[in-house]
Design a protein around this ligand. Structure first.
Ligand code: SF4
Length: 343
């Protein structure tokens, strides 16, 4: 369904400028922006996927991943078609990297008509603690997300974004009052990587991470470790120092393993070894980050939350099975605070 964008400017000769994400696309009549889901129709910018989910499921919040935000709870997860990034390593490319010319066909294949109210109702019926805007970049379906977020807030549900962090300042300002937590993909600390493999800019993502902290929204970060692309120890040293010094030692950093066989355009890449993940885990700890998590390393316990003071395991995780031993937000053993949103 079409819905007029809430964050754009009309220019001369029916040209429009979208201000929703930091691409700030200038779009001629009849054309769409980089994300493929915002179209200039006779001088009006329309979101083409409002109320049209490509996926809607109940997931564990750990899957987003968020480890310090109501651990063990369920989150109603929703996403649409399209994306404002073009990541060669994308593992969700069937819904994110749609052909601009075949949007209607894609909508038929993937679209589920579901209203904002219905999503909130389904989240409540499913005993979810929150709604997660995920699977593709929520910035590009801002109007749909925002309507759901407002209804969710009224019903006591929390709102979570899983994002590439490339929204514009004005978009962040619009969502901040309703946003409780966000996981941002900090893909690399190398601007060339962002430009070449994602079609985006690192400084914008860094700036938005800092803004999220200023807004007092719970932030966690994820870096996908792609051998030969995002595994440089020096670069990751800079990335982790940035987290520690600019965002805070309490920001959880998730590192995850790359699977070339499910990627969009990196099929001949190498999978991430356990040894590499472990070495990078140590870089995060050496930088002084309190909470570093290595995804899929079941046997090593690198997904557990450990008290920074007494080293007691306060939250144990095996896959998505969570055993929470927190005393409210305190370590059961030494009563020191574990940062996060737990109650
Ligand atoms: S959301 Fe971003 S990519 Fe999409 S039209 Fe707007 S500025 Fe362009």
């Amino acid at each position: 369904m079409m819905y007029e964008s809430i964050n754009y400017k009309k220019r001369d000769n029916q040209l429009v400028q979208c201000n929703t994400c930091s691409h700030f696309c200038e779009i001629q009549p009849g054309n769409v922006g980089v994300c493929a889901v915002r179209k200039n129709i006779q001088g009006k910018l329309e979101l083409l996927v409002y109320g049209q989910a490509a996926a809607a499921n109940i997931d564990p919040v750990e899957k987003k991943p968020l480890f310090h935000f109501y651990p063990g709870s369920q989150t109603f997860s929703v996403g649409t078609l399209g994306c404002n990034f073009r990541c060669d390593n994308c593992q969700n490319y069937e819904i994110s990297q749609i052909d601009k010319l075949k949007l209607e066909q894609s909508l038929q294949n993937y679209g589920i008509a579901i209203s904002a109210q219905e999503i909130v109702d389904r989240a409540l019926n499913g005993n979810c603690k929150s709604i997660a805007y995920t699977y593709n970049e929520p910035t590009i379906f801002l109007e749909y997300a925002l309507d759901i977020m407002k209804l969710a807030r009224k019903k006591g549900l929390k709102n979570i974004w899983v994002s590439n962090g490339f929204m514009s300042n004005s978009t962040l300002e619009m969502i901040a009052p309703y946003l409780d937590a966000i996981n941002i993909d900090l893909k690399s600390f190398d601007q060339d990587f962002y430009q070449k493999y994602c079609g985006a800019d690192l400084p914008i993502v860094k700036q938005n991470c800092q803004q999220i902290i200023n807004y007092n929204i719970w932030l966690e970060l994820t870096t996908l470790i792609i051998p030969d692309y995002t595994d440089d120890y020096k670069m990751l040293g800079k990335l982790t120092n940035f987290i520690k010094n600019r965002l805070g030692e309490q920001v959880p950093w998730h590192i995850s393993a790359f699977s070339p066989e499910i990627s969009w355009k990196m099929r001949d890449g190498k999978p991430t070894s356990l040894e590499l993940l472990y070495n990078i885990y140590k870089i995060g700890k050496k930088a002084g980050l309190k909470y570093v998590y290595a995804g899929n390393v079941v046997d090593e316990g690198l997904d557990d939350t450990v008290c920074d003071h007494c080293k007691a395991k306060v939250i144990k995780r095996i896959g998505y099975k969570v055993s929470n031993n927190l005393d409210d937000n305190k370590c059961f053993n030494c009563q020191r605070e574990i940062q996060g949103v737990f109650k």
